[in-house]
Write a protein that binds this ligand. Structure first.
Ligand code: SAM
Ligand code: DTB
Ligand code: SF4
Length: 345
C-alpha cells in the first residue's frame, strides 16, 4: 500500500481524535491507516485505546465446544466441516451438567466470560432449548455468557436473549470480495442478517474475522470496513490468525507476517475505539513478544485454556507467565445490567 505523507498523518490523527465512534470510515482512510509507519500506527492505536480502556486490563474468556464436528457448511478453514477429512471425531450436543462443570472450572481459572460453540449451520428447535438451559445455568454462576451456534432467525435470537445470553458470536470472516473463496454454503448477506437479528433481540454482538487465509491486504481493509460501518460497532471484535488445519481447503495458506497481524489489531482498535478487540485464534504459535505488541496495539481480550474449540491455545502455565511479565490484570466483569444502568446515568 502507498506510503502516507506527514499531512495525511496529521489528518488521520485528527479524525481518530473525534469523540464519537465513527461509522463512516472509507476504505481509503482504512487503507491509509494500514500504510502508516509502524510507530505512528501503534502510537495512534495506543492513544485511542487509552481514551476508552485501562491499557493494563485484558478480558479473559474461555471457550467450550458444546457440539463438535460434522458441520454441513464448507468454511475452508474449519476442522469441523464435514466437507473435509480432518480426522476430527464428531460429537453430540453436550449435557447441561457437563457444560456447567466446564464453566465452573473456567471461572476458577479467572475467566469472566464463557463462550459456547456448536458446529451447526443453524440450531434446531430442540437443541436450542437445551442451549438455553446451559446459558441460564452459566449465567447463574455470575459469568458473562456468549454463544456461537451459526445462523439465527429473529425468534431464535429472542429466545437466546430471554435465556440470559449476553453476546452472540458470528463472524464476517473476511471482505465481501474474498468471501466466496472461503465459504460457498452461506452468503455474506446471510451473516449480516443474523447480526441484525442478534442486535434486534438486544444482545451484544461479537463479530470479527480471520486473517492469514491467503487474502490480499485490501481484503483486510475490506473486512474492517464492513465491521466499522455496521449501524453499531460490534462490542467485541475477534481477530483470528488462521489455525492451519490439515485436510481443510485453506490448511496450506501462507502464514501472515506477524507485523501485518499487529497492524490488523491496531487498525481494528482505531476504527472501532470502544470495542473489545480480541486476540483470538493463533496465540499458540505467537511469541510472547508478538502478543505483547498486539496488546500495545490495543488488543484487550483473549481466550484462556489449552484449547479453543478444536485447536490448541497456549494454556494456563504459559499465559500465567505472560500475564505476570506484562503486568496485565484481568478486566473485571461488569454485568450487562450494571453497564446499562451506568449508560443511563
Ligand atoms: N458454526 C458456527 C459458525 O460458524 O457460525 C460457530 C462456530 S465457528 C468455529 C466460529 C468462528 O471460529 C468462525 O466463524 C471462524 O471465524 C473461527 N474459526 C473457525 N476455524 C478457525 C481456524 N481454523 N482458524 C481461525 N479461526 C477459525
Ligand atoms: C472466534 O472468532 N474465534 C473463536 C470464537 N470466535 C468462537 C473460535 C476460534 C476457533 C479456532 C479453531 C478451532 O479451535 O476449532
Ligand atoms: Fe461449521 Fe462454523 Fe466450522 Fe463453518 S466455521 S464449518 S459453520 S462449525
Amino acid at each position: 500500500m502507498a506510503a502516507v505523507d506527514a499531512m495525511e498523518i496529521r489528518n488521520l490523527t485528527a479524525r481518530c481524535a473525534e469523540a464519537q465512534p465513527r461509522h463512516d470510515w472509507t476504505r481509503a482512510e482504512i487503507a491509509a491507516l494500514f500504510a502508516l509507519p509502524f510507530s505512528d500506527l501503534t502510537w495512534l492505536a495506543q492513544q485511542v485505546h487509552r481514551r476508552h480502556f485501562d491499557p493494563n486490563q485484558v478480558q479473559m474468556s474461555t471457550l467450550l465446544s458444546i457440539k463438535t464436528g460434522g458441520c454441513p457448511e464448507d468454511c475452508g478453514y474449519c476442522s469441523q466441516s464435514a466437507h473435509f477429512e480432518t480426522g476430527l471425531k464428531a460429537t453430540k450436543l453436550m449435557d447441561v451438567q457437563a457444560t456447567l462443570a466446564a464453566a465452573q472450572a473456567a471461572k476458577a481459572q479467572g475467566a469472566s466470560r464463557f463462550c459456547m460453540g456448536a458446529a451447526w449451520r443453524n440450531p434446531k428447535a430442540h437443541d436450542l432449548d437445551k442451549v438455553c438451559d446451559m446459558i441460564a445455568e452459566v449465567k447463574a454462576l455470575g459469568m458473562e455468557t456468549c454463544a456461537t451456534l451459526g445462523m439465527l432467525t429473529g425468534e431464535q435470537a429472542q429466545q437466546l436473549r430471554a435465556a440470559g445470553l449476553d453476546y452472540y458470536n458470528h463472524n464476517l470472516d473476511t471482505s465481501p470480495e474474498h468471501y466466496a473463496e472461503v465459504i460457498t454454503t452461506r452468503s455474506y448477506q446471510d451473516r449480516l442478517d443474523t447480526l441484525e437479528h442478534v442486535r434486534g433481540a438486544g444482545m451484544k454482538v461479537c463479530c470479527g474475522g480471520i486473517v492469514g487465509m491467503g487474502e490480499a491486504a485490501t481484503d483486510r481493509v475490506g473486512l474492517l470496513h464492513s465491521l466499522a460501518t455496521l449501524p453499531a460497532h460490534p462490542e467485541s471484535v475477534p481477530v483470528n490468525m488462521l489455525m492451519q488445519v490439515e485436510g481443510t481447503r485453506l490448511g496450506q495458506s501462507a502464514p501472515l507476517d506477524g507485523i501485518d497481524f499487529v497492524r490488523m489489531i491496531a487498525v481494528a482498535r482505531i476504527v472501532m475505539p470502544q470495542s473489545m478487540v480480541r486476540l483470538s485464534a493463533g496465540r499458540e504459535t505467537m511469541s510472547d513478544e508478538l502478543q505483547a505488541l498486539c496488546f500495545l496495539a490495543g488488543a484487550n481480550s483473549i481466550f484462556l485454556g489449552d484449547r479453543l474449540l478444536t485447536t490448541k491455545n497456549p494454556g494456563q502455565d504459559r499465559d500465567t507467565a505472560l500475564i505476570a511479565k506484562l503486568g496485565i490484570v484481568p478486566m473485571p466483569y461488569v454485568t450487562v445490567e450494571e453497564d446499562s444502568a451506568e449508560a443511563a446515568e
